[in-house]
Design a protein around this ligand. Structure first.
Ligand code: SAH
Ligand code: MG
Length: 198
């Protein structure tokens, strides 16, 4: 399935590299697509489209999957629209050009993938958890934030970065203490949290 798209996928990755767009790492995307297939996920909400790379990779898992993805940056949103068209996936990937923190949705999803502003993860989680089907999953990328989560705070020179790392730590605590979900954190890519609704 993915074989015939090989060149287009490579071009998308090259664009991301050139433009410094933090798309999912190879290992992370492999984990995510395997997870989707093994749990037979059919409806996905993604927070943070960027140029559509992860949305497209998820859509290529199988034809019965539908993705809604939110992006607040206009240039990236337009690039994502272009990419979705190039793959002919317009009927299965719906892109919303909005700030996710202003969006209220009524549809339900089997999986919500959070991969946007890392300091806002608790807010994204709370805003969209009611959109999850019973026994659905909230999956969050960059739990280790480029390895910074494993460093001592004194090693991090920038004040802004320290504040962001602290917020991601708070998100770890929030997940660990959340009684409605059981969360496991996997050491793949930049660290992926899988929170299953009880
Ligand atoms: N999931 C993508 C990568 C996303 S990068 C992939 O792997 O291919 C994170 C994106 O989230 C950025 O493009 C950023 O503009 C977007 N973002 C950050 N905060 C957001 C918000 N509040 N609402 C919508 N998009 C947001
Ligand atoms: Mg990410």
């Amino acid at each position: 399935m993915v074989g015939v798209y090989h060149t287009k996928i490579r071009e998308m990755k090259e664009y991301a590299k050139r433009e410094n767009i933090p798309i999912m790492q190879e290992e992370g995307i492999d984990y995510l697509t395997t997870f989707i297939i093994s749990h037979q996920i059919k409806d996905v909400l993604e927070i943070g489209t960027a140029i559509g790379y992860s949305a497209i990779m998820m859509a290529l898992c199988y034809p019965k999957i539908k993705i809604t993805s939110i992006e607040r940056d206009e240039k990236r949103y337009l690039e994502a629209l272009k990419n979705v068209k190039r793959f002919g996936l317009e009927d299965r990937i719906k892109l919303l050009f909005r700030d996710a923190l202003d969006v209220k949705l009524s549809d339900k999803y089997d999986m919500i993938f959070i991969d946007a502003a890392k300091g806002q993860n608790i807010n994204f989680f709370k805003r969209f958890e009611s959109n999850l089907n019973d026994h659905g999953f909230i999956v969050t990328d960059n739990m280790y934030f480029h390895g910074y989560l494993k460093k001592d705070e004194s090693e991090i020179k920038s004040k802004n970065l320290r504040a962001l790392v602290r917020k991601i730590r708070d998100y770890h605590t929030f997940l660990a203490n959340n009684k409605d979900f059981s969360t496991k954190i996997y050491e793949v890519g930049d660290g992926i949290a899988v929170s299953e609704k009880k």
